[in-house]
Design a protein around this ligand. Sequence first.
Ligand code: ADP
Ligand code: MG
Length: 336
Amino acid sequence: STTINQIAAGEIVVGPQNALKELIENAIDAAATRIDVITKDGGVKLLQVTDNGSGIAPDDLKLLCRRWCTSKIDTHDDLRTLTSFGFRGEALASISHVSHVTVITKLRSEPAASRAKYELGEISEQALQAGNTGTQITVQDLFFNTPQRLRALNKADCHTKCVDVVSRYGIHNDSVEFSFRRQNDSSMLFTLKGSKRDRIRVVYGSRVSGSLVEVEDDTDNADESVISTLSNIGLSRAPELLISNPNYSNTKSTFIIFINNRLVSCEPIRKALVAVYSRYLPTKAFPFVYLSLFIDPENLDVNVHPTKQEVRFLHQAEIVDFLSNLVDDTLSKIDE
Ligand code: ADP
Ligand code: MG
């Protein structure tokens, strides 16, 4: 029923930032190399994500916003990823139950683009029009049909959270160029391209980017013991870590944590790393940490919460220890 769908949607889409995260993930899954984001009123009035990825076949548009319609499971292997990422084919369905969704998309092989509109999960319009290869998804009037949820949103707060999502995905995906601007605002808020460090400078400033230290990634010449340590604790490769020099100080810490290319929050990792920093500082530590971890999908549970933000995984204590030691090693060398 509509009510059930709206309740489910409200759990996945708490605010524009959750919808934005899903749209960006889809663009990345579609192998986009450029993603342009436009928002209005913190993403509440308008959220538009344009990518130059694969596009969507015209025949797939009809069911695009139906629950559990996904193009991402077709082999047995993918079923493992399905259980770990969960909620396959839920995002667009959820978004379309609490907003007006318009999709313009073109496969490279098609002569023209298709435009489709959706209401409550169902397609309401489909037509051909001119367009480039890739996909543009426009989400308008989020929570238009759930006024109490709309009232609970603070636009300035939503804007900050949207900036955060684009920044973080933009830093993590350093082979994708990102731009972010507000509608009716001719100036870009930012464009992100080049290295992770360049992108971090654009978002967080040169004081942060200049203080960054790369934690040694020695997978290439790792001996067998390192590799077996990684696999014993369920890590499929060495983590990537960019951390601030302890001499860098700020008034708040920043943690950017990706697990299997999905932005997550992980309080145990955050706490442990702050504790490591505290050993090097007389005062309270506010580090900047970018971490990309790859955990065997069968060890990862993202279904703790429908927004998939909070994750749980096997060998958590060992992984947290392993990361703490890595950071401690690196910081102890800087200190010398
Ligand atoms: P999921 O990503 O879990 O499959 P979604 O609801 O996020 O579910 O998306 C549903 C489907 O729509 C995807 O499986 C994909 O086939 C298609 N899709 C959505 N966004 C894009 C995009 N930007 N480019 C190409 N295909 C897309
Ligand atoms: Mg998706």
